[in-house]
Design a protein around this ligand. Structure first.
Ligand code: CAA
Length: 249
């Protein structure tokens, strides 16, 4: 059998890169989905950087807010790999933080669209081939802020909480078909997304993390790879918190 194919949306981003690398280490044919505002050169440069570091990762353009663009992305993956997607990591996401009393419809809509509608667009395209082949792994990246809420993130917390509802419902529908669906909920991890937070605000948040530091992207990649494994067949509809103890429940 040729290598299993893993598609990681937002694959060229902070968490995405670590997830892609861990999946390569675990023997998958990995494709990093990217948007990068349509900057294909940037994605190619990222791919070259991975190659220089010893990681062979394909790249496929796809705007996760658009059904048509996702379909084109999946088509590219098929052309690159010659297989249907075995493992889908719905990782692409954005923030548009701000207090709700000042939040615009655009801030709300952009976050819901990129973080939640994306689940529908991408997963809808891969789920039937997964059912047909009797194997599939859908791994959705949510957030600690879905579980506990976060000042300034009504849009993001709502979208990320929606992901887990989606996960649990879909997990039930496909459980008997060899397809598992799980959520990973990272805390504050060293990525460009977290680096955007004002230093003084981030400092305050960091002080509330019992482990005493931010997370490392590799720590998220590790659990994603564990869930993708053929042997993780009995884990479905679950949510894995990796947050340094920031939220325990
Ligand atoms: N609880 C209560 N009050 C708070 C607060 C908190 N946690 N944080 C800030 N405030 C208060 C301040 O004390 C200040 O109050 P006063 O006006 O009375 O002085 C007020 O809120 C700040 O008002 P601003 O007008 O300056 O703030 P704003 O409306 O522009 O929004 C913010 C501020 C952008 C939301 C900022 O607080 C912030 O960046 N917070 C962090 C948000 C965050 O954690 N984002 C996570 C991004 S990373 C990610 O999302 C990845 C992941 O999954 C974890």
């Amino acid at each position: 059998m040729s290598k299993r194919v893993a598609l990681v949306t937002g694959g060229t981003g902070g968490l995405g890169e670590a997830i892609c690398r861990k999946l390569v280490d675990a023997g998958y044919h990995v494709v990093a989905g990217y948007n990068s505002g349509g900057n294909h050169e940037k994605a190619k440069a990222w791919q070259e950087k991975q190659r220089e570091a010893g990681y062979e990762i394909d790249v496929a353009y796809g705007d996760v807010t658009s059904e048509e663009s996702c379909a084109a992305c999946i088509e590219t993956v098929k052309q690159l790999t010659g297989r249907d997607v075995d493992v889908l990591v719905n990782n692409a996401g954005i923030t548009r933080d701000g207090q709700f009393k000042k939040m615009s419809w655009e801030q709300w809509n952009e976050v819901l669209s990129a973080n939640l509608d994306s689940m529908f667009h991408m997963t809808r395209l891969v789920i039937n081939p997964m059912i047909d082949q009797g194997f599939g792994r859908v791994i959705n990246i949510s957030s600690v802020n879905a579980q506990k809420g976060q000042f300034g993130q009504t849009n993001y917390s709502a979208a990320k909480a929606g992901i887990h509802g989606f996960t649990k419902a879909l997990a039930q529908e496909v459980a008997a078909k060899g397809v598992t669906v799980n959520t990973v909920s990272p805390g504050y991890v060293m990525t460009p997304m977290v680096a955007k937070i004002d230093d003084s605000v981030l400092e305050k948040i960091a002080k509330t993390i019992p482990v005493g530091r931010l997370g490392e992207p590799d720590e998220i990649g590790r659990i994603v790879t564990f869930l993708a494994d053929d042997q993780s067949a009995y884990i479905t509809g679950a949510d894995f918190s990796i947050n340094g103890g920031l939220h325990m429940f």
